[in-house]
Design a protein. Structure first.
Ligand code: HEM
Length: 427
């Protein structure tokens, strides 16, 4: 149950803060989740008792049974209203999915060139910082993703960001919009464990987002070239706004955080970028593949959704990998430990090693598991990786070495489960 600030909290505030603190800590420490995941893989009957799937086969099997394990588990955390990710299969899901696929088709036609252009502009914008600190999220990734995903709202993008009456070039208004959708998306991540203030913030931003979209619905309808009921356009525009941008920015920040923790890997990539030179670095397909493989591997080690949730509408069972199936009583929940599945050494012996060049062969799906699996797998995963690949290439083109800017307070600041700041500098 989602508990809003208007409803009395069922949990004492201290206890809620404690649970939320543990949840956020676990999200920031994927290594700890991996260790617990390894225990669940080793003794799968424990996962069976707790309603947790951890082995690769178990995770994939649960994720391919959308009728038994329902995406409605997300619904209470969609503060801006229902959207694809929280729906069960059916007519509404199909209509919304068609709308999304049409938008993604436009993105497919523009990427990765649009992302490269956005990155090159943003790299120029970083030059005045020299070797002074800047915020990787607010000064780099946020804008790259915004511009690279421009086709999602096409001609209506600036109007969506500025609001019905705002100045279209007002960066402050654009930033306000990007924060608004960040907080709405954050609620999907933190769920009902979040403190009431955090949930209330998501609800306020969700109200603002819905009002913003309602005001510019005509522009969106024009840009999308569709004639549908207003509520269908609004639902999809609201959903697309919050689901696309924040998760990609956050995943980019997590990938860079992981890279900076691996200086040798970083050094090798930088050396290759230097060898190619600032122009060839954008054209060399082998280098792009190399960086893309790194992005995927970095994301595997630091996924934004290490766990996924499902509702269990009817009594059922799932195969944990233990001798007996685990029972799942109707009305319960399932926790899917994608992070454990991605590190299942029964599938690939060396899977705990950081190895971007690994040949995954028939197990390629595990490499992409941070985007889910099966029919409900992220439909935009290839584009998100394209954008993050361009973003990383951009950082590698700079002469200095990117490092966390320590010494002036914490380089990384968190806002609940999300990273809100990552101060870095080129040294
Ligand atoms: C790096 C960035 C991204 C990550 C890590 C990510 C991750 C995910 C994951 C794990 C799921 C599956 C959730 C589940 O099964 O419960 C998902 C679903 C989804 N994602 Fe993404 N996503 C990213 C970017 C995007 C973008 C850019 C868009 C839109 C343009 C998008 C749209 C969606 C939609 C609509 C769904 C629901 C699909 C369905 O239920 O049929 N995602 N994403």
């Amino acid at each position: 149950m989602k508990i809003s600030a208007g409803t009395p909290d069922a949990m004492p505030p201290g206890l809620r803060r404690l649970f939320y603190g543990i949840f956020c800590w676990a999200n920031r420490h994927p290594g700890a989740l991996r260790v617990f995941g390894a225990v669940l893989r080793r003794w799968p009957f424990v996962g069976g008792w707790l309603g947790m799937a951890a082995r690769a086969n178990a995770v994939k099997a649960v994720l391919t049974r959308p009728n038994s394990f329902s995406n409605r588990a997300h619904a209470p955390n969609l503060s801006a209203g229902d959207y694809l990710i929280g729906m069960d299969p059916g007519p509404t899901y199909n209509t919304d999915r068609r709308l999304l696929d049409d938008r993604l088709a436009v993105l497919k036609a523009t990427l990765p060139a649009a992302a490269d252009t956005a990155v090159q502009i943003q790299v120029q914008a970083l030059k005045p910082y020299g070797n002074k600190p800047f915020d990787l999220i607010d000064d780099y990734l946020m804008w790259i993703v915004f511009h690279a995903m421009y086709p999602l709202f096409g001609a209506a993008t600036d109007r969506v960001a500025a609001g019905a009456t705002g100045n279209l070039n007002d960066l402050g208004l654009q930033r306000q919009y990007l924060l608004e959708i960040r907080y709405v998306a954050g609620q999907l991540l933190s769920g009902s464990s979040a403190t009431l203030r955090i949930q209330r913030r998501a609800e306020l931003c969700a109200d603002a987002l819905r009002a913003r979209i309602a005001d510019v619905n005509g522009d969106i309808q024009g840009a999308w070239g569709v004639n549908g009921p207003v509520n269908v356009i609004s639902r999809n525009a609201v959903g697309l706004a919050w689901i696309s941008h924040p998760v990609t920015v956050q995943s980019g920040a997590l990938a860079v955080q992981e890279l900076l923790g691996r200086p040798k890997v970083h050094r090798v990539l930088r050396a290759e970028a230097r060898r190619l030179g600032t122009d060839a670095v954008w054209q060399d397909t082998a280098f792009r593949d190399l960086v893309r493989n790194h992005v995927l591997e970095l994301m595997r080690f630091r996924p934004i959704f290490p766990l996924l949730a499902r509702d269990v509408p009817r009594d059922t069972e799932f195969e944990t990998g233990a001798r007996h199936n685990a029972t799942c009583p109707a009305g319960g929940k399932m926790a899917i430990w994608s992070i454990a599945a991605m590190f299942d050494s029964d599938v690939k012996k060396d899977v705990s090693q950081f190895c971007p060049a690994r040949k995954w062969g028939n197990d390629e799906d595990l490499r992409w598991l941070m985007f889910g699996y099966g029919t409900r797998q992220c439909p935009a995963m290839v584009y998100a990786v394209d954008i993050l690949t361009s973003a990383l290439i951009g950082l590698l083109t700079r002469p200095g070495e990117l490092q966390l800017a320590r010494g002036e307070g914490q380089a990384i600041a968190y806002d609940g489960a999300l990273m809100s700041r990552m101060r870095v500098r080129f040294t």
